[in-house]
Design a protein around this ligand. Structure first.
Ligand SMILES: [Zn+2]
Length: 143
């Protein structure tokens, strides 16, 4: 969620920590026409604070689809799981790239639920990945 003032120095730390990538769909801010946002992982409305440990860099689409959600349904099991938290979980533990590198595959229920909720394989972002791949700049290595 957006809405809180985030000091410039704090913004810069969030962006640097994320290596200027959306911490959900991994889109690189540098090549995106969209202005990326600093997202509150635990929303302000539910007590989240504007502090480094509760902030993530997100592309506008991931941020909008996430909204104030804390959990989502795993489409494989129908069970509810928490949405991936880039502060306490590692991206590569929950997500994989497809063979053509254009789609993110959920490796865990959390991964699948997050992909579904944030629409991390929306057509435009898949096209974006294909274009970046053709330029040799996708995917970047993520931890
Ligand atoms: Zn994203």
């Amino acid at each position: 969620m957006t809405g809180a003032y985030i000091p410039l120095a704090l913004r810069a730390r969030v962006i640097k920590r994320a290596a200027s990538r959306c911490e959900y769909c991994q889109s690189p801010a540098r090549y995106s026409p969209e202005v990326f946002e600093i997202e509150h992982i635990l929303p302000l409305a539910t007590g989240g604070k504007t502090m480094l440990d509760n902030l993530a860099l997100a592309c506008p689409a991931c941020n909008r689809y996430k909204g104030s959600r804390q959990s989502a349904t795993d489409p494989q099991t129908g069970n509810e799981f928490s949405i991936f938290n880039p502060r306490v979980q590692r991206w590569s533990d929950h997500f994989l790239w497809s063979d053509d590198l254009c789609e993110i595959i959920g490796a865990t229920p959390i991964g699948r639920a997050t992909i579904d909720a944030l629409r991390m394989n929306r057509p435009a972002v898949k096209n974006f990945r294909a274009a970046l791949k053709a330029l040799g700049i996708h995917p970047a290595l993520v931890g």
